[in-house]
Design a protein around this ligand. Structure first.
Ligand SMILES: Cc1cc2nc3c(=O)[nH]c(=O)nc-3n(C[C@H](O)[C@H](O)[C@H](O)COP(=O)(O)OP(=O)(O)OC[C@H]3O[C@@H](n4cnc5c(N)ncnc54)[C@H](O)[C@@H]3O)c2cc1C
Length: 314
């Protein structure tokens, strides 16, 4: 079959990989400027250096046999490395969190900067309409590999049961601040797991394969992010930077010169847990996968995409 997948994050690419192994022909479209989805890496050019920040997912674990085999292959290919600072069994992409996604996207010919605005059924075929007015297809099957809230908009026209499932799934937001400094901050630990407004903070430059410039990622808790969802990004960045400065409290002031500060809002960051795995309507040949069908982890997004491929082509 010729199959179109909208969304080239971990679930969409895992689905593409398994479908191509079965002999299907796959096309992927993603609205992002580059590969990553919620495993994105932001690169910032400074005068003398380029710094990167993993501003979405911070690390991942591999518990299921099939995903462990996948991670082992990525390790052999130099795309991931262990990061015990987070936990004993933690993995990160190298040189950035998006490395496995970038690799899979190149192998499976994913197209970025391609915002799907419509999914149209013509007879038994599917076509995709992009933001630039271009039409793609025909395809024999269509897959939505998007956060639930974004998938719901497409599903509603064709399958009310699937759409209801997506509408019922609720994601929580996450404000993320990215900061770089001229020197090391006087904070001993590379990972802070505080409570209150901040859910996670880490010295990004301590991850394997990153540049030496002192770089931090500070992620607000779901509750704080929800309460401040519509706040100004610059103000959120300053708030989270003040919080980090507080962690360096007791050290001789002033703190090292700040080279960079920005914030990113993930509106649909953390999916709910679900037992569904994946959705597939065999009559329409329309499916959905993503972390919202299993749980809010990279491994579960991969498993959801792989499961959907099994339903489609098995
Ligand atoms: C701040 C944050 C921290 C996290 N921390 C961790 C962690 O430490 N460990 C862990 O395991 N997981 C973590 N996660 C969760 C993990 O990132 C996700 O579970 C996983 O990446 C989801 O993959 P996915 O393919 O389901 O969705 P996504 O990665 O969101 O992929 C969906 C893709 O669809 C694209 N898209 C959306 N709409 C359209 C459209 N109309 N047209 C075309 N393309 C479209 C998007 O650009 C995106 O690339 C975190 C997530 C966030 C945001």
């Amino acid at each position: 079959m010729r199959i179109v997948i909208i969304g080239a994050g971990m679930s969409g690419l895992a689905c593409a990989q398994a479908l191509e192994q079965m002999g299907h022909e796959v096309a992927l479209f993603d609205k992002g400027r580059g590969p990553g989805g919620r495993m994105s890496t932001r690169r910032v050019a400074l005068d003398e250096a380029q710094i990167s920040f993993d501003h979405g997912a911070q690390f991942f674990t591999a518990r299921e046999e099939a995903f462990r085999a996948q991670v082992e292959q990525w390790r052999k290919d130099g795309l991931v490395a262990c990061w015990p600072a987070a936990r004993d069994d933690a993995w990160v992409g190298t040189p950035g969190m998006n490395a496995p996604i970038a690799h899979m996207a190149s192998v499976h010919n994913a197209r970025f900067a391609s915002h799907a605005m419509g999914l149209v059924r013509e007879g038994a075929d599917w076509r995709v309409l992009l933001h630039d007015g271009s039409r793609h297809g025909p395809y024999d099957a269509a897959v939505l590999a998007l956060p639930a809230e974004q998938a719901a908009a497409f599903l509603g026209t064709y399958d009310l049961t699937m759409a209801a499932c997506a509408i019922a799934a609720r994601s929580q937001p996450c404000w993320t601040a990215m900061m770089a400094f001229a020197e090391r901050l006087p904070i001993a630990a590379d990972v802070l797991r505080p409570s209150g407004p901040v859910g996670w903070a880490a010295r990004n430059s301590a991850k394997p394969g990153r540049s030496a410039t002192e770089a931090w990622v500070v992620q607000a808790s779901p509750a704080w992010s929800t309460e401040h969802l519509e706040d100004d990004a610059a103000q959120v960045a300053e708030f989270l930077a003040d919080w980090l400065a507080g962690q360096a409290g007791g050290a001789p002031l002033p703190l090292p010169v700040r080279l960079h500060l920005s914030a990113h809002r993930w509106r649909y960051a953390v999916a709910q847990r679900s037992p569904k795995g994946a959705l597939w309507n065999a009559n329409l040949r329309l499916g959905a996968c993503g972390d919202w069908l299993l749980g809010p982890r990279i491994e579960l997004a991969w498993l959801s995409g792989t499961k959907l491929a099994g339903l489609i082509g098995g």
